[in-house]
Design a protein around this ligand. Structure first.
Ligand SMILES: NC(=O)c1ccc[n+]([C@@H]2O[C@H](COP(=O)([O-])OP(=O)(O)OC[C@H]3O[C@@H](n4cnc5c(N)ncnc54)[C@H](O)[C@@H]3O)[C@@H](O)[C@H]2O)c1
Ligand SMILES: O=C(O)C[C@H](O)C(=O)O
Ligand SMILES: [Mg+2]
Length: 604
């Protein structure tokens, strides 16, 4: 009998694999209230009567069966009444109330949660992702009700290999980890940074169709240097300063070994690590594991797509990118990641290393102003972008942003500084003298209050002709006479889900520059000439699932071309290599999870 059940379960699993879109049966090893309390399987009042009998649920629920559609409507109605009833409340109060209602659903019924998220992604992403997720991290102690994801602390050294088996899921496809040291532009939030991996993985489910039973948010708590948190009795993390040097690395090493021992095919995304560890860990692991750093590499691809869009918006051919003068404000993991990728694009376009020596179109500033070769203790990652002293008359080491903009007259001003308002009125007005007929202003820092400028200020001071993008969402700006200033959201959410999905479905050994470049090019070519002419550089977030399918397919194709693809499930590398472009898109789309109530079949 047991064997029959096992083999039936096996064939059911196979059936599921080939029919992602059909409501195939789902194996559950629990019965009764254990199912009702498990958000992966719970359907609330939606369990059909036959299933109630099969799973020992009869009598544990009110008799009436409510359809999925009715449950959906009921949730949306309560969400809308929350919106109506809180109109006079401060934005932060309303956002947190919205987060709470979504989070409660997440904790109770994942299928319904992900369906409402997918269908309403434009309205809900600012709640589960930036900017509200930042507020959630800041208030994590007070909001904490139930744990989500895994927590590995410095005190767990030596234990991680066994701890990893505490995670209930047999298979994990996507892991997002943080050490909480640079949460958005909010600084070191210690263990409270767990909100970021949770939000990113919600985007993986919504945009990339990663099965929520196969995601794992991870917090590596290595201490915090945030004095306020260290003094807070109710702080939930380790109350000790951050470990440094080899002590720090040994913790990350141990986690990576543990994760890959249990799930050798998982993809690991590093998120919101402070710069020194962001670069160091990327270098340390990228050849050994299938991992990437979203802040360095995901952001770079999105920014590059935006920069190429800005060239097209000026009515110029793409190869003119090499002549664009770009001022990057913020020399951290994101800013330098963008420059590294832009530099690669320039060198590909020129097919020569000539320009790489001079970097003549890039200008990099940090908190101490313009970075030149005179800079003492220059960070090795920033060094390639340091300008020669006095290259442009009047611009020396530490020159202010205003002076740089006035003298350089850049085509693009791109902020990844984490400092709200650094693109002040004077700086924005100076952008009017840009050498571009359509200057681009990218205020990419998150969350909203950390954006380098608001959309309204950008259009007001820099002119109506600008191209504008921000990391967190702003409303489009009415310009009068029926015209609107279009606000793009330049956020790595347009790429990381596709990078992860493509790496997973190709079974890539590692994530190469070529795969990342393919992702960026796919996003860059997504927009039509008409969109670009109207200042629209990125697609609407409402179509994120479609974009991610395309990006994922581009990544699979690149992995196959570079012979990095080892296959996924029953699809071997040879089959992948025989797929046409269309086949790959179809393969990716078919393997994306979509929330529906599957019939549950009990197996002991
Ligand atoms: N839109 C996106 O997709 C996206 C992606 C990644 C990061 N970000 C945002 O970018 C910001 C920076 O991230 P990071 O990882 O590079 O951080 P980081 O801490 O590594 O770097 C911040 C940099 O900004 C510089 N800086 C600080 N104050 C400045 C000032 N007044 N003027 C000029 N430069 C200043 C610092 O010197 C440092 O070089 C954060 O707000 C983050 O949320 C956005
Ligand atoms: O999280 C985001 O919204 C983008 C980015 O990864 C960031 O760190 O700001
Ligand atoms: Mg990030």
């Amino acid at each position: 009998m047991w064997n029959v059940a096992r083999s039936a379960a096996r064939s059911l699993r196979q059936y599921r694999r080939f029919s992602a879109a059909i409501p195939g049966p789902c194996i559950v090893h629990k019965r009764g209230t254990d199912i009702l309390h498990d958000p992966w399987f719970n359907k609330d009042t939606g369990f059909p009567l036959t299933e109630r009998d099969r799973l020992g649920l009869r009598g544990l629920l009110p008799p009436r069966v409510i359809s999925f559609e009715q449950q959906y409507e009921r949730f949306m109605n309560s969400y809308r009444s929350l919106e109506n009833n809180t109109q006079s409340e401060p934005t932060s109060v309303v956002s947190l109330a919205k987060w709470r209602i979504l989070n409660r659903l997440h904790d109770r019924n994942e299928t319904l949660y992900y369906r409402v998220l997918i269908d309403n992604i434009k309205d809900f992403s600012p709640i589960i992702y930036t900017p509200t997720v930042g507020l959630v991290c800041q208030n994590y102690g007070g909001l904490f009700r139930r744990p989500r994801g895994m927590y590995f602390s410095a005190k767990d050294k030596g234990e991680m290999m066994s701890m990893i088996y505490n995670w209930p899921s047999q298979q994990v496809d996507m892991i997002v980890i943080t050490d909480g040291s640079r949460i958005l532009g909010l600084g070191d939030l210690g263990v409270q940074g767990i909100g970021i991996p949770i939000g990113k993985l919600d985007m993986y489910v919504a945009a990339a169709g990663i099965n929520p039973q196969r995601i794992l948010p991870v917090m590596l708590d290595i201490g915090t240097n945030n004095q306020k948190l260290l003094k807070d009795d109710l702080y939930l993390g380790l109350r000790q300063p951050r470990l440094e040097g080899d002590e720090y690395l040994s913790i990350i090493d141990e986690f990576m070994e543990a994760a890959y021992t249990r799930w050798p095919k998982a993809i690991v995304q590093f998120e919101d690590f402070q710069m020194k560890w962001a670069f160091e860990t990327l270098q340390r692991y990228r050849k050994r594991f299938c991992m990437f750093n979203d802040d360095i590499q995901g952001t770079a691809g999105v920014a590059l797509a935006g920069l190429l869009g800005a060239v097209r918006a000026q009515g110029k051919p793409l190869k003119d990118f090499v002549k664009q003068k770009i001022v990057v404000v913020g020399a951290g993991s994101a800013g330098i990641g963008v420059l590294n990728m832009a530099k690669q694009a320039v060198s590909r376009m020129l097919q020569s290393s000539e320009i790489l020596e001079s970097n003549h179109q890039f200008w990099l500033l940090d908190k101490d102003g313009l970075i030149t070769k005179e800079r003492k203790n220059i960070d090795p990652a920033a060094a390639p972008y340091a300008r020669a002293q006095g290259e442009v008359e009047g611009l020396g080491e530490g020159a202010t942003l205003l002076d740089v903009v006035k003298k350089v007259k850049p085509h693009v001003l791109l902020g990844l500084s984490g400092v709200g308002g650094v693109f002040n009125e004077q700086v924005l007005k100076a952008m009017k003298q840009s050498d571009s007929c359509r200057p681009a202003i990218f205020a990419m820092s998150n969350p909203t209050m950390n954006a380098e400028c608001t959309a309204v200020d950008a259009f007001k001071h820099a002119g109506e002709n600008i191209i504008f993008a921000s990391g967190s969402p702003f409303e489009n700006v009415p310009l009068g006479n029926g015209k609107v200033g279009y606000v793009n959201q330049a956020n790595n959410m347009y790429l990381f889900p596709g990078i992860g999905l493509g790496a997973l479905l190709s079974g890539a050994r590692l994530i190469s520059d070529g795969m990342l470049q393919a992702a960026a090019e796919c996003l860059a070519s997504y927009m039509t000439e008409e969109d670009i002419k109207n200042g629209i550089l990125f697609p609407s977030i409402s179509s994120i699932r479609h974009i991610t399918t395309q990006v994922g397919a581009a990544v699979v194709e690149a992995a196959v071309a570079e012979e990095l693809a080892e296959g996924h499930g029953d699809v071997d590398p040879k089959q992948l290599s025989h797929m046409s472009k269309e086949d790959i898109v179809d393969y990716v789309a078919r393997n994306m999870w979509y929330p529906i109530y599957n019939p549950l079949v009990h197996e002991k």
